[in-house]
Design a binder for this molecule. Structure first.
Ligand code: MN
Length: 223
């Protein structure tokens, strides 16, 4: 996959019907082939007109949006955000998701440390996702210090990355991600999403953050 212009969609890591009955085939198809693809196409169209930014990665664009000239910034940054958020959302799901992270993983330990228990984390995350006003995302993030927290953001903002945080688990709560099956019942969609989470991907992303901190005694800091 290209890391710079022209950007491509990250491949859908499962069949469109793999998340049934929790996330239905039609929603996955429209969301992936329609919405997500539009962000990629629109980002490439915006960059086509601004060759000076064609060597930037998504991370470059999103971490330093103010390095992009104001006249062309909005379409580039907004669509890069859409690409980035959708990549994380689709990669964060899998067929036959587990009930939660592997109990021996650093992620499971981190969740216990920062949210008291997995059940409590689930409750807090679901409430945060349900409470996003209008379109946006809920995200479990790791701070640069390895702390876990829940963040919500609107539209195609990318709060985590622009603040140095790493998104570990991203839930899209735009209506297009659930309306065909769940209509106005966002809470039902959120409850179903817990059944298809790719915990291995989430554990891996957290381990990468934790490993970077190891020289600074990550284990000690977690106590
Ligand atoms: Mn979406």
């Amino acid at each position: 996959m290209n890391k710079t212009y022209p950007f491509e969609q990250s491949p859908l890591p499962y069949e469109a019907d793999a998340l049934e009955p929790y996330i239905d085939r039609q929603t996955v198809q429209v969301h992936y082939n329609g919405h997500y693809k539009s962000y990629v196409d629109n980002l490439n169209a915006a960059l086509e007109k601004s060759p000076e930014y064609q060597n930037l990665t998504l991370e470059d664009i999103l971490k330093k949006p103010n390095d992009i000239a104001s006249e062309v910034r909005t379409p580039i940054v907004r669509n890069a955000g859409g690409v980035y958020n959708h990549m994380h959302y689709f990669n964060g799901m899998t067929k036959d998701g587990a009930e939660g992270p592997d109990p021996d993983s650093e992620l499971a330990k981190g969740i216990d440390d920062f949210f008291d228990s997995f059940e409590n984390f689930q409750k807090e995350f679901s409430a945060a996702a349900a409470g996003v006003f209008g379109s946006g995302y809920a995200c479990l993030v790791a701070s640069p210090q390895g702390w876990l927290q829940i963040m919500t953001f609107s539209n195609q903002d990318v709060l985590p990355i622009s603040h140095g945080y790493v998104p570990l688990l991203t839930l899209d709560v735009w209506e297009h991600s659930y309306y065909l099956k769940y209509q106005n019942k966002r809470a039902d969609y959120i409850a179903a999403w817990w059944k298809v989470i790719n915990w291995q991907a989430c554990e891996k992303a957290y381990k990468e953050v934790a490993d970077k901190l190891k020289p600074f005694s990550f284990e000690d800091m977690m106590r």
